[in-house]
Write a protein that binds this ligand. Sequence first.
Ligand code: 13P
Ligand code: SF4
Length: 305
Amino acid sequence: MSHDNTNKELIANILRLKEKRKAVILAHNYQRAEVQDIGDFVGDSLDLSRKAAEVKAPVIVFCGVHFMAETASILSPDSLVLLPDAGSGCPMADMITVEQLIARKKEIPGARVVCYVNSPAAVKAESDICCTSANAVNVVRSMGDDRILFIPDQYLGRYVCTVIKRDMYLWPGYCPTHVGIKAQDIIDQKKKHPGAVALAHPECRPEVTAVADEVLSTGGMLRYAHTAQADIMIIATEIGILHRLKKENPGKTFVPATGKAICPNMKKITLEKVLRALEEMKPEVSVPADVRERAMSAVNKMLAL
Ligand code: 13P
Ligand code: SF4
């Protein structure tokens, strides 16, 4: 059977079972194209958190990475949250544990903790407020002059410091996919495409965001592309985003800063695994009640801003 026919059959089975299970499929902008296309909703981390809080579905199939499914479970505790590949983690989220955070907090008494959502639920539970790449600047601004420990992404933290001209204690975490993007990649693409506008994700290194024209979350890039004057845009983030950018802006050209910016965990989710998750109603992601209560408070403070 051809690849197209196999996909058609898989999609038909997913849609049939999704109906039967009364499931909603949420997909991140970095997912494989065919997975994004079966999503009831596709978005960045902030959009997906809002959606998870809003949908009253008995089953949420989360096509993304583990911390995103955890956030969905925190915000929608009555839903069964399925992550079609249980091994789809985020190496940045794994760069911090709750024990390490508690120890660091003791070293800087009085500091308030701003926690990027790319983190485990137990770490969120020990934090004052969460943020995503879309709202990190506003969240930190809302903290006034308080001493802040920003976890776990040093580059997002550093970017926020540059924008609002303040210092924060930074955790030494990073995203392996984004740190692989080099400033020279953008410079080379700009030479090839004169007049192109470069959009970079704030998880990129400072020398990369410095040569970009705009620094945006994945959702921010999509919104920017819709209204941009430029016809050509250079995209410095995980290349899964190019699918939506191209689909929603057929008259414009999008080039990746580098084709090597691939998040292997995001790509673990396939149509086959989505179907299997709906058949077997697993793997499930859930958060223990005591952790959930405290993590929800940090996430809700962010959503309320
Ligand atoms: P966004 O919130 O911009 O979608 O980013 C999530 C992420 O994991 C970036 O690597
Ligand atoms: Fe984590 Fe980076 Fe993958 Fe985003 S792209 S999920 S931060 S490893």
